[in-house]
Design a protein around this ligand. Sequence first.
Ligand SMILES: [Ca+2]
Ligand SMILES: [Ca+2]
Ligand SMILES: [Ca+2]
Ligand SMILES: [Ca+2]
Length: 612
Amino acid sequence: MKRLAFWATIIFFSMGMLATNIHFAKASGTVYIRADGSIDPTSAPISTVDNVTYTFSDSIYDSIVIERDNIIVDGANYTVQGSGSGTGIYLSNRNNATIKNVEILGFSYGLRLYRSSNIMLKHDEMFFNTFNFDVTGGTISHFIHDIDASNSVNGKPIYYLVNLRGVSVPSDAGYVALVNSTDIIVDGATLENNVQGVLLAYTTNSFITRNIIVNNSYGIWCFESYSNVISGNSIEDNSQAGVSLDWHSSENTVCVNTVLNSRWGIAISYSSDNTIRENRIESYGVNKIGVYIYESPYNIVYRNDIKTDWNGIYVFWSPKQLIYQNYITGNNRGIYISYSSPNNTILENVFQDNDEGIHMEHSEYNHVYHNNFINNTYRHATCWTSSPNTWDDGYPSGGNYWNDYNGTDFYCGPYQNETGSDGIGDTPYNIYQDNIDNFPLMNPYAVHDIEIKGSIEKTVVPEGYSKQLFINFTIANHGQQAETTNFTLHSEMLHYNTILTLQGNENLLLVFALNVSELAKGNYSISATIMPVQGETITADNGYTENLVITIPGDVDGDFDVDIFDIVRITNAYATKIGDLKFNPQSDLDGDGVITIFDVVICASHYGQEDP
Ligand SMILES: [Ca+2]
Ligand SMILES: [Ca+2]
Ligand SMILES: [Ca+2]
Ligand SMILES: [Ca+2]
């Protein structure tokens, strides 16, 4: 099908505006620029006089493989054209090469840089390749290249950012790479037909949002990249992974994305402490996995909707995941825990209409409780392990709800021998072989979980700041029923305490205006808590703390001096306003909601001051 689609595209294209550029010439065989400088075959329309600069004298209708370092390949605006397979130009383990003025089309892969360093691309155009562009490697030098926006994929510029901080990628991007960079925003681009839609290598604190990322091999590929946020993207039909967090890519957050039809919706490999939340992940077809966790401990997966024809969540060689409040439906196996994946905690999920809810193999000390197992057609859970896992949380907390449990509830107590019902079945539920839920729930488990999120207007505030400083709290009830909690705000400026009642699934907004004008220079802490409600297990999200710095006017980064770094922060956010992703509230020194020359003036007028 793929191939047919490709030719349909080419035919359409050949009837179009660039028809004269298309020649279906017979493939001539792969052309090599050999390590010794020779061109193989010698009949290829490439010439060199110094074995350094290689210039095309005609188009080439097959692949080119470059085996020599320290060269310049000048396509002289000719094309390298394939017939639907192979790679246009391939550089593997090369150093210091320039490829310029060439059009590459009609291959599976247009231009690939594999474990190569110091490559310059100029005026190269890749189009109508299944995957136009690819950069892959294993060390930082494999990603340090000089590739500017004169290069394009499908007519859109490549933005290949190296060693940058605090910039936004233009939304007309066709391919985006962030290398050894921090504080970068990729917002609103449509990225398609590359090996990576977005490549992050050695990149931190960056924000990938509201992009459409389709028909790549990897929608977003993160390598040695941490503390990035991937949020609100539409990630579809990427053949390998929608999002891949690979090789020491830790502490990233992947949230509120739609991830459809990839082999692995979200893949985590050799990486820890990532958060995967509130995504819709669906894939249809054999061997498709919603969330794939491979050799990666301590990731948190929650409140996702996961629906695949194979494994909803596949945990392989990975201990200590926390998987909760996911809606896992219609999978072959809802969660598949395999090969030495101990100590995972699985709670408060719904497993419905899967062939199997949970399938465990060779993995011990997993703890599964407070889940709802409903109409899983083959079996609710299967467990092939040498010792059983734990399927309840003791008494009276209880185990799971199994919709085919047919026991009764006339008794209570840890031995279920005292008169009076307690919502827990009087006899254990036999899950599989030695695996037993000692305290099966008589009714579906009802989630009790409230959460607080806070956001303060600015965290670095000039001494004597005369405006009110606003702090917002959103308090969410993730359960279906009303909850009552005690809210407490602690700060130097204000102590506040109140009882709150939230209806099922309600979000409540609390706004406080703090007066900070009297505060002396220094560090202050603001914290807020909501008291856990009855039956609440997830309590890490019941508190908020933020550090507030009162400092010299003009000090943007809060280190108690006014220097060039403060000026740079202002200029990085220059001309932005509240609501813009690049807006930095710390840079808005006069607090008028816009970063203007007046903020620069304040900074400049205190320039050189430091404290103490
Ligand atoms: Ca009972
Ligand atoms: Ca909570
Ligand atoms: Ca400073
Ligand atoms: Ca301002």
